[in-house]
Design a protein around this ligand. Structure first.
Ligand code: HEM
Length: 138
């Protein structure tokens, strides 16, 4: 899992908020207590925010100290006071696990069938594909 993967396949595709008071967001009247949906899935692929929005380009994050961008268009871990408390841990864990696995094994996807993202409460693969693991050449 990388920042680029989290952009195209945010595990949490939809966030919800309830305003505690009437407000105006980007010129839209928002009443207290209504449900406001924020869709990382859409924001992460919006051409207003991203060059070549559907292309996997890990380099676009190079040199950025954190996965959070200032324009608010990248929020795989949410944003604000209720942001994910496990974000840093999750990124570190994924890098360590991937590095350990790739150090020891070469991975090959066995199935020819494409794995597609399916939106449930979280984004999940359409099926659990099998991988062939070969010992990595040293
Ligand atoms: C790739 C992994 C993960 C993703 C994509 C993720 C994503 C999220 C998102 C989108 C939220 C909601 C933030 C909001 O409403 O603004 C959240 C909340 C939360 N996450 Fe994660 N999370 C991940 C891993 C973890 C891990 C590893 C932990 C704990 C060790 C964790 C603990 C929490 C908790 C406790 C909250 C609720 C925070 C609150 O409401 O104050 N998450 N996460």
């Amino acid at each position: 899992m990388s920042r680029a993967t989290l952009r195209l396949y945010p595990p949490v595709p939809l966030l919800m908020r309830e305003p505690v008071d009437d407000d105006v967001i980007e010129g839209e009247q928002v009443k207290r207590g209504v449900q406001v949906y924020i869709a990382p899935w859409v924001l992460h692929r919006h051409r207003k925010h991203w060059e070549h929005p559907t292309v996997f380009m890990p380099d676009r994050f190079a040199g950025r100290p954190a996965p959070w961008t200032s324009d608010g268009a990248y929020l795989p871990f949410g944003v604000g006071p209720r942001t994910c408390i496990g974000a840093v841990f999750a990124l570190a864990e994924a890098q360590i696990v991937l590095a350990k696995v790739l150090w020891s094994f070469t991975l090959a996807l066995e199935s020819q069938r494409p794995v597609l993202p399916v939106g449930r409460l979280t984004i999940q693969p359409s099926y659990a594909p099998t991988f062939r693991l070969e010992p990595a050449r040293s």
